[in-house]
Design a protein around this ligand. Sequence first.
Ligand code: HEC
Ligand code: HEC
Length: 267
Amino acid sequence: MTIRIAIACCAGLLAASVAVAASTAQTPATNPLAGKAEAIDGGKNIYRGRCGVCHGIDAKGYRGSDLTSGDWVHGGSDAQLFKTIQSGVTGTEMPGNGNMSNDEIWMVIAYLRTLAAPGGAAPERGDAGRGEQLFWAKDQGNCGQCHMVRDRGGRLGPNLTRVGAARSVSALEREIRKPAEVIPVGFETVSVATRDGKTIRGLRKNEDTFSVQIMTGSEDILSFMKSDVKDVTAEPERSLMPAYGPERLSEAEVTDIVRYLRTLRGR
Ligand code: HEC
Ligand code: HEC
């Protein structure tokens, strides 16, 4: 049994390394279509059709990262961008694009290069140290009540340990001011109406034919048998994260917190 697993594993590894070797042999290190007007035009169309939904039509980041800042987490050389776009980023929402031809990928890269901020990434504003304080302070952001960073914090909201790699400055600002605008998968709010007349709101964690599990605002996991439930209603326009208006966090405070979040790029 052990031996069989070992063989299966090594055969897999071998196949993977052959595939990698083959694809790097075919992929030039620099973009053969760089600067060509037609390629840039074509790349713009492909970008709008396949990428804009996550990275924003202006590529400044929405659910995905800012592709104009020049501040690349996964590498900004032509070859590195090619690989990220072709294979995606495992464990994130960034999908692989195995069905794009090499030329199509190079066209998109040619287009992205035209968006790059001249002079490279602009320095980000704000004070990360102060942002970190505001994030954890109970009488200020109190973000840690619901969010985990490394192994500290609450579990209601998404773990933010590498949110700085995944989200742009504008997306993070929007999340603090208007959390309901984009709700990550797995954090949808639902309300459960029971047959005995109660309504309980929480995040849908699991649902099958017979039961539904939700996490309430106080992090209790409640499980309901479907036979006891009248209705499970999705509430896509509602977040369990409070919207932080200017009366709670000033512009400068939001800028500091976002600066702190942008430093979170751990595993
Ligand atoms: C479903 C949403 C989604 C789509 C569609 C999508 N991306 Fe992404 N992309 C992301 C997310 C999220 C990340 C951040 C990954 C991480 O956490 O490291 C990302 C990361 C990237 C990166 C790496 C950025 C860096 O800092 O290194 C590049 C380059 C990129 N995407 C290009 C594209 C291109 C080009 C397309 C279209 C062909 C595309 N993406 C389509 C969500 C998406
Ligand atoms: C009462 C719990 C709660 C508090 C307090 C809270 N959040 Fe959230 N947060 C959530 C939940 C739930 C979600 C997922 C739903 C959504 O996106 O609105 C979320 C989502 C997020 C996201 C999006 C993560 C992603 O992967 O895109 C960010 C960023 C975030 N919160 C930052 C903050 C910051 C910064 C603060 C403090 C200023 C804060 N949160 C306070 C519960 C909370």
